[in-house]
Design a protein around this ligand. Structure first.
Ligand code: PEP
Ligand code: MN
Length: 284
């Protein structure tokens, strides 16, 4: 891959992005919450629900990059204030999207992680701005982008002096129309080969179907993902955005109960493998 310097690195050490007490790249990290922040009740109830189920961070959009200009665009500052209140009540760090370079510095006062959405992955002015914002960045893969293009966007952020980038595979456009996008799970091990940065998977926007979110979450963990980003709403039918793909609290709890044992199993497999290698070296 051409022109990549900082994202490829030379030390062989993997980056761990620390957000409050959460270590992305070490623990299995689950970021959950609604697509968009809609009201105080929706935000507080959903935040407490995902926390009780074991989520590590709260997500929610205050600025929504919608396909139609007539769709709900988010509550803006009001949404960020509700996220701050949810953080106070639950202690969960906040992940929220920023869509305009002019907003980065003040949104960063509310966000623990600044999310760059798929539609803005190659917004280079925005990437430079979040590179100077002093906050970790969650960089979603552009829906039409190659791994090389995606990593070049991460390079933009790192080259501005911000080493804390978390990559997020969220599905790419293919000819398949049953799913909203096609989840490219091969991106997970491929990204691990190509960069030291952590990678998480968004099974919500990639499938667009609640029935597929559980299986794809498990598959992402099995593929070695460092975490997941999942949309949950306390009352999905009433959601103002992405209602068809939001999990109910019960569905989310069920997935969480299956994810952690799988990760423990994967970790023990890896430890076994390391032991075998070490023993083989000793007996050689
Ligand atoms: C989101 O996570 O809120 C979102 C809009 O996702 P994407 O940018 O992947 O479509
Ligand atoms: Mn959404």
């Amino acid at each position: 891959m051409k022109n990549l310097k900082l994202v490829t690195g030379t030390s062989g050490k993997r980056t761990v992005v620390t957000v409050d007490k959460v270590d992305v790249g070490r623990d299995l990290v689950v970021i959950a919450g609604p697509c968009s922040i809609e009201s105080e009740e929706q935000t507080m109830v959903t935040a407490q629900t995902v926390k009780d189920a074991g989520a590590n961070m709260l997500r929610g959009g205050a600025f929504k990059p919608r396909t139609s200009p007539y769709s709900f665009q988010g509550l803006g500052l009001g949404g960020l204030k509700l996220l701050a209140q949810a953080k106070k009540e639950t202690g969960l760090p906040i992940v929220t999207e920023v869509i305009d370079p002019r907003d980065v510095s003040w949104v960063a006062e509310f966000a623990d992680v600044l999310q760059i959405g798929t539609r803005n992955m190659q917004n280079f002015a925005l990437l430079k701005e979040v590179g100077r914002a002093g906050r970790p960045v969650l960089l979603k893969r552009g829906m039409y982008s190659t791994l090389e293009e995606w990593l070049n966007c991460a390079e933009y952020v790192l080259s501005e002096g911000n080493p804390d980038v978390i990559l997020c595979e969220r599905g790419i456009r293919t000819f398949e129309s049953y799913t909203r996008n096609t989840l490219d799970l091969s991106a997970v091990p491929a990204i691990k080969e190509l960069t030291h940065l952590p990678i998480i998977v968004d099974p919500t926007h990639s499938t667009g179907r609640i029935s597929l979110i559980g299986p794809m979450s498990m598959a992402a963990v099995a593929a070695g993902a460092d975490g997941l980003m999942i949309e949950v709403h306390y009352n999905p039918q009433a959601a103002k955005c992405d209602a068809d793909q939001a999990l109910t609290p019960d569905m989310f709890r069920d997935i969480m109960n299956r994810l952690r044992p799988l990760r423990t199993f994967m970790d023990s497999m890896q430890a076994n493998q390391r032991n075998h290698v070490n023993q083989a070296e000793v007996t050689e």
